[in-house]
Design a binder for this molecule. Structure first.
Ligand SMILES: *[C@@H]1O[C@H](CO)[C@@H](O)[C@H](O)[C@H]1NC(C)=O
Ligand SMILES: *[C@@H]1O[C@H](CO)[C@@H](O)[C@H](O)[C@H]1NC(C)=O
Ligand SMILES: *[C@@H]1O[C@H](CO)[C@@H](O)[C@H](O)[C@H]1NC(C)=O
Ligand SMILES: *[C@@H]1O[C@H](CO)[C@@H](O)[C@H](O)[C@H]1NC(C)=O
Ligand SMILES: *[C@@H]1O[C@H](CO)[C@@H](O)[C@H](O)[C@H]1NC(C)=O
Length: 387
């Protein structure tokens, strides 16, 4: 009985009995991102970056600096950072959805790109198969970067790269990438287990300063028009091949309402809203985080024309981070997002970065979902939450 309640609270029961395609209007699931696996970030794994990254601020430069060693170093990373044992551990913690960030180079090798194209999709396939076969997990394939650069950040291609916007070559290449993702899913043996997330955090107004990142103002109307052109082309392509595969749209930090009139009413689409408070608002603390998450769940999720998933979030607060409040904040977030949206995926499954935070500890104390599972902290059903 308790186990059943626990699973129901986490939203895993539907996926355990699911053999059909996911309809995100009714499907609910919670899970994690597999950050730092097929997309490297200096903050996620300090030891890896210290060993291989040198003075590089992004994977593009890391690879440039490593030269011919880049391939072997990254292939080793793919083989070891996430293994089937990690998936077993996540399953134990009730994880029912995996959002998996990939660089575009996982899908296609463009001349001139310093991002490494190797065996990413083979590793992706073997981890996804394990998660699907053994645990009925749902897989969100996240194309985290796009050619030319999506947001000037290391994750969008490389630091200082914004050339994806208003660039027809980059758009055409992006659609080739999506065609390859569609092929992968269609040939996976379980296409019903996948959702496609074709872009992440597009931003073009963070060139002077990063202070508006995480707010609607980080993407211009002109930039949004380009995003709209892309997402419509993606919807068109996916629906022509298999209209049952959902598309998850990370519409930067704008409200889903902003996009409604630019998307066909019958699109098989779910919005992905990201919720972070490690910088904004600057008065967020571990103590007031639950109230902030309540406000997010009500205000950032739109008026309901399309379903919403919280594709990334974490419990680090801008100020006064507290060890003692982590368990409460974790379960509050999972519970609230499960109540107001179709669920959430935490950023991220494994995190050993040691950057300092305001208050107690370092980043790894707040961002590592694996530790939360090991500590038996994941029990959102038991958190009494009222917004
Ligand atoms: C963080 O980790 C790196 C790499 O392991 C190490 O060189 C550095 O000293 C650590 N910093 C702190 C503050 O512990
Ligand atoms: C980083 O190191 C490389 C050599 O490994 C050097 O060529 C480059 O100038 C350095 N860049 C910075 C920003 O320090
Ligand atoms: C990719 O995997 C294949 C098959 O396992 C292997 O033969 C090949 O060497 C791998 N490529 C790289 C770049 O590691
Ligand atoms: C357009 O994007 C491509 C990447 O696909 C990039 O190589 C090129 O420099 C960009 N062109 C402009 C004019 O920004
Ligand atoms: C944080 O600041 C905002 C705007 O300055 C204010 O509306 C809000 O009440 C503050 N929250 C707390 C918990 O102090």
């Amino acid at each position: 009985m308790r186990l059943r309640n626990f699973l129901a609270a986490l939203g895993t029961i539907p996926s355990l009995v699911h053999a059909d395609y996911v309809d995100w209007r009714s499907f609910k699931a919670n899970g994690v991102n597999l950050g730092g696996w097929l997309v490297q970030e200096s903050s996620i794994d300090s030891a890896f970056w210290a060993r291989y990254g040198g003075n590089a601020s992004d994977e593009w430069t890391l690879c440039q600096n490593l030269g011919p060693r880049c391939g072997p170093v990254l292939e080793h990373r793919y083989a070891t950072f996430i293994t089937t044992r990690d998936i077993d551990r996540l399953a134990k913690g009730g994880v029912a959805v995996l959002r998996i960030p990939t660089h575009y180079a996982a899908w296609i090798d463009f001349p001139g790109s310093q991002l490494y194209s190797g065996n990413q999709t083979a590793y992706l396939k073997s981890i996804a198969d394990h998660a699907i076969t053994n645990y009925g997990m749902h897989i969100v394939i996240d194309v985290h970067s796009l050619p030319g650069g999506l947001n000037g950040l290391p994750i969008g291609e490389a630091m200082g790269h914004w050339d994806w916007f208003n660039n027809q070559t980059a758009l055409d290449q992006s659609l080739q990438i999506i065609d390859n993702v569609i092929d992968f899913i269609q040939n996976s043996g379980s296409p019903e287990s996948y959702t496609i997330a074709p872009l992440n955090e597009p931003a073009d107004l963070n060139k002077e300063s990063m202070s508006n990142f995480g707010t609607p103002a980080v993407l211009s109307d002109d930039g949004a028009a380009w995003v709209s052109k892309y997402i419509n082309a993606v919807l068109d392509r996916v629906s022509k091949v298999n209209s049952k595969i959902p598309v998850m749209f990370q519409g930067s930090f704008k409200s889903p309402d902003y996009w409604y009139d630019q998307i066909p009413d019958d699109a098989n689409l779910i919005f992905d809203v990201h919720v972070y408070h490690y910088e904004h608002p600057p008065n967020t603390t571990s103590a007031n985080l639950p109230a902030q998450l309540c406000a997010d769940a009500k205000q950032k999720t739109g008026s309901g024309k399309f379903p919403v998933f919280i594709g990334e979030w974490s419990i680090q607060a801008a100020q006064r981070n507290s060890f003692a409040l982590r368990e409460r904040n974790l379960n509050t977030g999972i519970a609230i997002f499960g109540q107001y949206t179709q669920g959430s995926s935490y950023w991220t499954a494994k995190f050993t970065g040691n950057d300092t935070v305001n208050g107690q500890g370092t980043q790894q104390d707040y961002w590592n979902f694996g530790t939360f599972i090991d500590n038996n902290w994941v029990h959102p059903g038991s958190e009494s939450v009222s917004c």
